[in-house]
Design a protein around this ligand. Structure first.
Ligand code: G3H
Ligand code: 13P
Ligand code: ZN
Length: 334
């Protein structure tokens, strides 16, 4: 069965990005895999009046079941309505790697997809991205492309080995593919081990000069920052204190993300920080209550802590708090 995102009450990123660019803030894209994470994202964003991008990886789609996931997103929209709040919600495919996967998401109600062709040679990245854009735009769905490779712990690649985006390629890529936004590589990476500083050494700053060069070549074009978790030390410490071992976990300092959010970066991707919060709280509750076996007793507190983290990020880091109702009103007018 084919379903349009419009029938689910979802919106695209168009108005969000236009407003974020103008207002010098960024829209949060939080990944989710299960009900508690989705509830926390929705509550965190409604309680801080923030627009939100619900982000689903192909792994998450397999984990949660693609049909169930569609109904969960629909449920999220209804939950917001019932609460009396008005925030715009996007359902986005994170790191789509094939045309077929992107098409399947578009046909099942996603309003935005990423086609990540960054690991392909340049011309193949263009061909694949363009193919997805043509299909997506025929359904009024928006597309995020990527230039430059982010290192990721999943690939056993170290952060130092990222391939930074080459600003001299961005105009050609955007004009030939027709993408609506572009993810770039400026020194962030996926996962919880983003940098490996030697003892006493400072973290390397993000390569803002690359971002500035991209902005000059693509004035007003929405840029996306992946790998943007801060790997919040309080939760890493909590995990280590309650039986985990995440020595050396380190992320992007929040002041750098704040700086990025004020630039052409309109979307900031956060997955790892949410995972850390959930894991830390579950470890703590179970360590302190060894007889507990009711999942609500540990998933519930994890969810509450995640809501607080999301509210704080929206307010203090992304600056998206307070813009939810305003963008929902723009969407309703259009
Ligand atoms: O960028 C990757 C996201 O954090 C999703 O990760 O593929 O493990 O769901 P995943
Ligand atoms: P983090 O691993 O830094 O949370 O990045 C998530 C991401 O980029 C999802 O696409
Ligand atoms: Zn990513």
């Amino acid at each position: 069965m084919t379903v349009s995102y419009k029938d689910l009450g979802l919106v695209t990123t168009r108005s969000m990005f236009a407003r974020a660019m103008e207002g010098k803030f960024a829209i949060p894209a939080y990944n989710f895999n299960n009900m508690e994470q989705l509830q926390a994202i929705i509550r965190g964003c409604t309680e801080s009046d923030s627009p939100v991008i619900l982000q689903v990886s192909s792994g998450a789609r397999k984990y949660a079941d693609s049909t169930l996931l569609r109904y969960m997103a629909m449920g999220a929209v209804e939950m917001v309505k019932d609460s009396g709040a008005r925030i715009p919600i996007v359902l986005h495919l994170d790191h789509g790697d094939t045309f077929e996967l992107c098409k399947s998401c578009i046909d099942s109600g996603f309003s935005s997809v990423m086609i990540d062709g960054s690991h392909h040679p340049y011309e193949e990245n263009i061909r694949l991205t363009k193919e997805v854009v043509e299909y997506a735009h025929s359904k009024e769905v928006v597309v995020e492309g990527e230039l430059g490779i982010l290192a990721g712990i999943e690939d056993k690649v170290e952060a130092e080995k990222s391939t930074y985006t080459r600003p001299e390629e961005v105009e050609d890529f955007v004009s030939r593919t027709g993408v609506d936004s572009l993810a770039i590589s400026i020194g962030t990476s996926h996962g919880a081990y983003k940098f490996k500083p030697k003892p006493g050494e400072q973290l390397p700053p993000l390569r803002f000069e690359i971002l500035e060069a991209v902005e000059k070549r693509l004035p007003g074009f929405p840029i996306v920052l992946h790998g943007a978790s801060s790997v919040l030390p309080e939760y890493v410490d909590m995990i280590n204190q309650y039986g985990g071992n995440m020595e050396g976990a380190v992320g992007v300092p929040e002041d750098q993300l704040r700086r990025a959010a004020k630039s052409a970066v309109c979307k900031i991707n956060i997955d790892t920080d949410g995972r850390l919060v959930v894991t830390a709280v579950i470890r703590k509750v179970l360590a302190e209550n060894p007889k507990e076996f009711d999942p609500r007793k540990y998933l519930g507190p994890a969810r509450e802590e995640l809501i607080e983290m999301i509210k704080r990020k929206n307010r203090e880091v992304l600056g998206s708090a307070g813009h939810g109702e305003e963008i929902a009103a723009i969407e309703e007018k259009d």
